[in-house]
Design a protein around this ligand. Structure first.
Ligand SMILES: Cc1cc2nc3c(=O)[nH]c(=O)nc-3n(C[C@H](O)[C@H](O)[C@H](O)COP(=O)(O)OP(=O)(O)OC[C@H]3O[C@@H](n4cnc5c(N)ncnc54)[C@H](O)[C@@H]3O)c2cc1C
Length: 409
């Protein structure tokens, strides 16, 4: 095993995490990261936060070239991959280069969903560093920016635009921002926050038409037509499965992998935004969070280093809404009949919501109380029974629930 060469296709979060995790776990073979961007792996979440607002690069880069050199990790940038030749065990680049690969990790991420016919210089989406830098130049005082889609990314873009002095209007067909993912209370709190900070919201109404011209973009809803200088389309991503499809891997909503990250070809793995993994709690699911990408990469690294591991984490993520931190855990598994319990005051931007089922926590979301999520993670992992009353009662320390012997009714 130690002589094997691993090629990672896509040089993003999975690639950087896999390289580090493989070396930490004693994988001794060569590691080659092949990316199509002109730069090495970077913190993609910065693109809608600090990088977009300020252009700064503190903490942006994920791999230090000196570390790569010292650890025999080769990074090839601007090198799009065409496909894996599973017959010859090679990764074929579009420029005709063939790289020997005993093992392959497909980590091609995702690409923003586009609206057919909505394109041009004044239409933006953010996936790459180049996208973010291009958009930042448009976020200037006196300019009016439209954001189509009030999800995590759209709301972060709105906050960054406002921070740069631009006017912002967010369009979303849902009446409350983020309520579908984070619940009604936190959704209401985030919606109120954006309104209070000066983001104009056009919620609860679908966009029926978008017209682009050299001077700007017109967005039409049932409420009328509005003109903006630039429009950011933020309506989700699709997994970038092109390489996987050309390589003959089984692909559904992403590259299908088992709980160890293995695709339909035993020497080929996939992780991150592109991978639809077989989760022990949630079944087949594809998740677009950094922590999931990193942990899947680490689990695959363990397996490749000889200590088989499965990825079973309840999926954690965070988003920064202005200066307010929001986190979620286990939300992929919530059901309509779960019992919701609030601790503190999430509607006032200070509290946590828990989803309870059969006497245990299945999910949690918080505003500004990250420590509650850490405890919730252990309560979920260890399947410790808790009651709604305990969770709602702020005189009960959440940590103490980890050690309790009996749950009061
Ligand atoms: C603006 C933004 C903000 C985000 N904020 C958050 C956040 O706050 N919290 C959170 O949890 N998650 C956030 N995410 C999501 C997070 O960034 C992703 O989950 C994470 O990047 C997934 O890692 P990955 O390695 O699967 O994909 P990526 O990091 O996207 O890496 C994939 C790489 O593969 C390359 N590639 C694709 N095809 C080829 C090919 N044929 N050949 C070579 N290379 C190829 C791509 O260009 C890309 O560089 C955010 C994402 C974006 C875009």
């Amino acid at each position: 095993m130690s002589e094997q060469t691993l090629v990672v296709i896509g040089a993003g979060h999975v690639a950087a995490s896999a390289a580090r995790a493989l070396r930490r776990r004693g994988f001794a073979g060569a590691i080659v990261l092949v990316g199509d961007e002109p730069v090495g792996p970077y913190q993609r979440p910065h693109l809608s936060k600090e990088r977009l607002a300020t252009g700064g690069d503190a903490g942006l880069w994920l791999l230090d070239p000196a570390w790569c050199e010292a650890n025999d990790v080769t990074l090839r940038t601007s090198s799009p991959v065409d496909r894996i030749s599973t017959g010859t065990g090679e990764v074929l680049l579009t420029d005709g280069t063939a790289l020997r690969a005993d093992l392959v990790l497909v980590a091609t991420g995702g690409r923003p969903r586009q609206l057919p016919g909505v394109e041009g210089d004044r239409v933006h989406s953010i996936r790459s560093l180049a996208d973010s830098d291009r958009l930042r130049e448009r976020l200037l005082p006196g300019r009016r920016i439209g954001v189509l889609g009030g999800g995590f990314l759209g709301t972060e873009v709105a906050a960054a635009a406002l921070r740069r002095g631009a006017e912002v209007v967010v369009f979303d067909r849902d009446p409350v921002l983020l309520a579908r993912v984070l619940g009604a209370d936190i959704g209401a709190a985030v919606t109120g926050l954006h309104r209070q900070r000066g983001v104009e919201l056009r919620l609860g109404t679908a966009v029926t038409e978008i017209r682009t011209s050299a001077d700007g973009v017109t967005v039409v809803t049932a409420g009328g037509a509005e003109s903006v200088d630039d429009l950011v389309v933020s309506i989700g991503i699709e997994p970038d499965t092109d390489v996987a499809v050309r390589s003959g891997l089984v692909v559904g909503n992403g590259v299908e992998v088992d709980a160890q990250g293995r695709t339909s070809v035993p020497t080929v793995f996939a992780a991150g935004d592109v991978a639809a993994h077989d989760h022990p709690r949630y079944g087949r699911i594809r998740v677009e969070h950094v922590d999931v990408a990193q942990q899947q990469a680490a689990a695959i690294a363990s397996t490749l280093a000889g200590r088989p591991a499965t990825f079973a984490d309840p999926h954690w993520f965070w988003t920064d809404q202005f200066d307010i931190n929001v986190q979620g855990l286990g939300l992929a598994g919530i059901r309509a009949d779960d019992v919701l319990v609030s601790r503190g005051n999430p509607r006032a931007l200070d509290g946590t919501v828990f989803w309870l089922r059969d006497g245990g926590i299945v999910a949690a979301a918080t505003v500004e109380r990250g420590e509650d999520i850490s405890v919730a993670r252990e309560l979920i992992d260890l399947e410790i029974p808790v009651s709604a009353g305990q969770l709602a009662d702020e005189s009960v320390e959440l940590e103490d629930l980890l050690d309790q012997e009996e749950v009061p009714v």
